[in-house]
Design a binder for this molecule. Structure first.
Ligand code: AMP
Length: 219
């Protein structure tokens, strides 16, 4: 399959991060999570991390110029003809516009934006039971997919924690932020003929099958 450049859109907790990891393994694409990138910058106490920290903790969006700079620079460092999945970026129309310009300058185009559709009830249920490895970012779920040893990552032995922004009070802000600032991207990519949708409510395996179908249909 020729290299593909994809955007995974969807509310927090829709499982797009899980599917980005799966699809990157399956199709040899680089999964680029804007949230993981920011959390790593915060952990490293970098300049970008310090700019982003207050927003990430509050569940609001980091300023467009900060995240766009970080993500375009990461894309620019990929070897030529590398396919990728953008997970969590863009999240506003101005970010999508800057991405389009940045890619055009580098002679690249997006092949599809895949929207992960799911209702709010399921989102909250999934996020409050979500846990992540503080070292490698692997995700778990205390109810459906706990680590084998409590609090310890199966993959790297790192500490498995709850993200500060996965607590119930912050989730509400994140969902509102999504509706107001990110949902308009569905229309943005639909108008450009790039939108595909998947039903993100079933368990991960069934969602993966749908996503594989959408990617394979791109040719
Ligand atoms: P995520 O891991 O994708 O849920 O992102 C966690 C947090 O990182 C978000 O709540 C935002 O504060 C920040 N963030 C991630 N991606 C973006 C983006 N594209 N634009 C602005 N803020 C972002």
């Amino acid at each position: 399959m020729p290299c593909k450049r994809l955007i995974f859109l969807g509310p927090p907790g829709s499982g797009k991060g899980t599917q980005a990891t799966r699809m990157s393994d399956r199709f040899g694409l680089v999964a680029m999570s804007s949230g993981d990138t920011l959390r790593n910058e915060i952990k490293a106490d970098s300049e970008v991390g310090n700019k982003a920290k207050q927003y990430v903790q509050a569940g609001t969006l980091v300023p467009d110029d900060v995240i766009t700079g970080v993500m375009l620079s990461a894309i620019g460092k990929l070897p030529p003809n590398t396919g990728f999945i953008l997970d969590g970026f863009p999240r506003t129309v101005p970010q999508a516009e800057s991405l389009a310009v940045g890619l055009e300058d580098a002679n690249m185009t997006i092949d599809a934006a895949i929207d992960f559709q799911i209702g709010d009830d399921l989102i909250v249920e999934r996020i409050v039971s979500r846990r992540v490895c503080s070292n490698c970012g692997a995700t778990y779920n205390v109810r459906f997919f706990p680590p084998h040893k409590d609090g310890v990552c199966d993959k790297c032995g790192g500490e498995v924690i709850q993200r500060v922004d996965d607590r119930e009070d912050v989730i509400k802000t994140r969902l509102e932020t999504y509706r107001l600032q990110t949902a308009p991207l569905i229309e943005f990519y639909s108008r450009r003929g790039l939108l595909c949708t998947v039903d993100a409510s079933p368990e991960a395996e069934a969602v993966a099958e749908q996503v594989v179908g959408k990617i394979e249909a791109l040719g």
